[in-house]
Design a protein around this ligand. Structure first.
Ligand code: NAD
Ligand code: TDX
Length: 333
């Protein structure tokens, strides 16, 4: 049966990848609710059919709008957030507003109308792991967020679980590792370095460059969320990952040769305050319970395809480049 999905933040990086995935793999209709902050981009949805995807520009904190849209929907998939750690250090207030109050507003609407809800969250709610430690995050790891961003995501996760337990809201949650792929804002690590290299600028690594992130392609994140929405058990949390651990230095060393530059042609710059050392995801619950596996198992070829996407789609990112770099320069990064 054809469903109508309300996808919040669907004009952002991962939300737009999910909307593409849904249009390609189902007959569902999608309503995107997006405030079109600096991180939203209409062009990320431009090649999708108008009769399948409707863009509503608005705020997830707008109670009336959210209520109206939820009554038109069979399920809500909640991506909208302020998502960048560095921004959360400079201006935390909007993170509390969107990530906590926005999630609360959505939860109240789905509670009132009995609509299925999937909450998209991050592995950063668990804090960080030591470098070189074999440990990974699991669904049972204690919450210990480090930044204003991750603490507001942690708060939103707690709200969802409380609304399930206290009010019987039909919700699932997922916590995913670092995503890469097309349509990612150029403030984020991989597209920042790619677009710097396109401009002939050396990549910039925070601190010593040894911090580790666990990379997953956004398409794999999307297929996992779609499966959890269909088959996940209500009230459950699923960790999403793809065994993609790499230090930031290793990522840059893979990127540089793609631009015919020496693998050590980068700069070390000021570290991020409170910079999490390492993330790593144990995703066996998702595999064993729902049969999910990632399809982008080779990070290097996924990265090469991503470089090609930024080369081919300069019009998508160029307008944001100078303002993004000005912000980093002011921080010494
Ligand atoms: P993004 O910043 O690229 O996109 C966020 C989108 O939300 C933008 O389109 C923005 O306009 C919209 N938005 C922001 N505030 C809003 C509001 N008040 N009302 C309506 N729309 C609003 O972020 P992303 O990287 O695509 O992340 C999406 C979600 O996935 C977030 O919840 C994030 O916590 C989670 N997540 C991200 C990653 C990652 O690696 N980027 C990993 C795990 C989880
Ligand atoms: O120029 C840079 N140089 C650098 O060394 C930038 C922008 C980042 N970094 C480092 C910081 C991190 O160790 O690269 C790593 C990745 O940085 P980000 O892209 O800012 O991602 P991160 O802070 O790990 O958070 C991301 O993954 C989890 C997303 O932005 C979050 O939304 C998600 O929850």
């Amino acid at each position: 049966m054809t469903r109508t999905l309300l996808v919040t933040g669907g004009a952002g990086f991962i939300g737009s990848n999910f909307v593409h995935h849904i249009v390609r793999t189902t007959d569902d209709h999608v309503i995107v609710l997006d405030k079109m902050t600096y991180a939203g981009n209409r062009e990320s949805l431009a090649d999708l059919p108008d009769d399948r995807v409707e863009l509503v520009v608005g705020d997830i904190c707008d109670e009336k709008l959210v209520d109206d849209l939820v009554t038109r929907s069979d399920a809500v998939v909640h991506y909208a957030a302020e998502s960048h750690n560095d921004n959360s250090l400079a201006d935390p207030g909007v993170f509390v507003q969107t990530n906590i109050i926005g999630t609360f507003t959505l939860l109240e609407a789905v509670r009132k109308h009995g609509v299925r809800f999937h909450h998209v969250s991050t592995d950063e709610v668990y804090g960080d792991l030591e470098l070189g430690d074999p440990a990974r995050f699991t669904e049972h790891t204690a919450y210990l967020p480090s930044s204003p961003y991750s603490s507001t995501k942690a708060g939103s996760d707690h709200l969802v679980r409380a609304w399930v337990r206290s009010f019987g809201v039909q919700a699932t949650l997922s916590n995913c590792s670092n995503n890469y792929g097309p349509y990612q804002h150029i403030e984020k690590f991989i597209p920042r370095q790619i677009t710097n290299l396109i401009d002939g600028v050396r990549p910039r690594l925070y601190g010593s460059g040894t911090n580790v992130r666990d990379w997953i392609h956004a398409e794999d994140h999307s297929s996992a969320v779609a499966l959890i929405l269909d088959k996940g058990r209500i009230g459950e949390t699923y960790l999403i990952g793809a065994d993609g651990e790499k230090s930031n230095k290793e990522v840059v060393e893979l990127l540089l040769p793609l631009f015919d530059r020496a693998a050590d042609d980068y700069d070390l710059v000021a570290d991020r305050p409170g910079h999490d050392l390492r993330y790593a995801i144990e995703w066996s619950k998702l595999r064993d319970e729902l049969g999910w596996t990632p399809s982008f198992s080779d990070f290097e070829s996924g990265l090469e395809a991503t470089v090609q996407w930024y080369r081919d789609n300069e019009a998508w990112w160029r307008h944001a480049k100078s303002a993004t770099e000005a912000k980093y320069s002011a921080q010494g990064q």
